[in-house]
Design a binder for this molecule. Structure first.
Ligand SMILES: [Zn+2]
Length: 239
């Protein structure tokens, strides 16, 4: 069984799933990382305003993360424009407009053609439009593809468990499915997630890294959501 991660931006997979990815790799499970909105000038700390400079730098940071995990991840960058370069806003506040509907179609086609295994998809906690587009594409191909959903970080650490559950319940209704939670725990886990996320130097400061690690420590791992069959499939890959 192969696994795939739908990562809206370069860094979302690492922030949400480093522990899980590292365990999959040590079990020799193949991990394909699909980075979607990789044309960007977005940085968390000032580096440059140049799109080419920032896009290239972020790929280097991703390569350093991959190297930290033994270069076992197969990376595909879809080279889509990120939200600020597209429509000048970041959080969804109205129905999808025309270019967003086209992006959903592109993402759906990519998933249907390329994914042959278990897919990790962001819950889109925090309502960042690029995360919402990824989730929407997955909702529209569900259940043709087996999916488990991961918590977007650091956003998930800024809201309560009840707020996360409310979001998951709405998603479950749209999927017409029952979604259970599962913690991919830290037992026999050797990678230092704090060190791994610090590799995304242009995106993080100490506060963001601390939030991501606080969420992991509170859960003793990374929380995933999915239908029982898909969670069981994930458990079998992690054991
Ligand atoms: Zn993101």
């Amino acid at each position: 069984m192969k696994t795939y991660i739908l990562s809206p931006h370069i860094d979302d997979a690492a922030f949400g799933l480093t522990c899980t990815i590292s365990k999959l790799i040590s079990n020799h499970v193949s991990v394909d990382l699909i980075n979607c909105f990789t044309i960007t000038k977005w940085t968390g700390v000032f580096v440059s305003k140049d799109i080419e400079v920032v896009s290239a730098l972020r790929k280097q940071e991703d390569a350093a993360f991959n190297q930290y995990l033994g270069s076992a991840i197969k990376v595909t960058n879809l080279e889509l424009l990120d939200a600020p370069l597209r429509n000048n806003y970041i959080h969804q506040f109205h129905p999808f407009n025309e270019n967003e509907l086209e992006l959903i179609e592109q993402l759906k086609n990519h998933l249907l053609q390329q994914v042959d295994g278990l897919l990790f998809c962001p819950l889109a906690l925090g309502n960042h439009i690029d995360h919402v587009l990824c989730l929407e594409a997955v909702i529209q191909v569900y259940p043709k593809i087996k999916v488990v959903f991961f918590e977007d970080l650091p956003y998930a650490n800024r809201i309560t468990l009840d707020e996360i559950k409310f979001h998951v319940d709405n998603l479950a209704k749209r999927l017409d499915a029952k979604l259970n939670s599962f913690i991919s725990d830290l037992d026999q886990y050797t990678i230092d997630k704090n060190q791994a996320i610090h590799l995304y130097k242009s995106q993080v400061d100490e506060e963001i890294c601390a939030e991501i690690i606080a969420h992991q420590n509170a859960l003793n791992g990374e929380r995933l959501w999915g239908e029982a069959d898909n969670i069981n499939l994930l458990k079998s890959l992690l054991n």
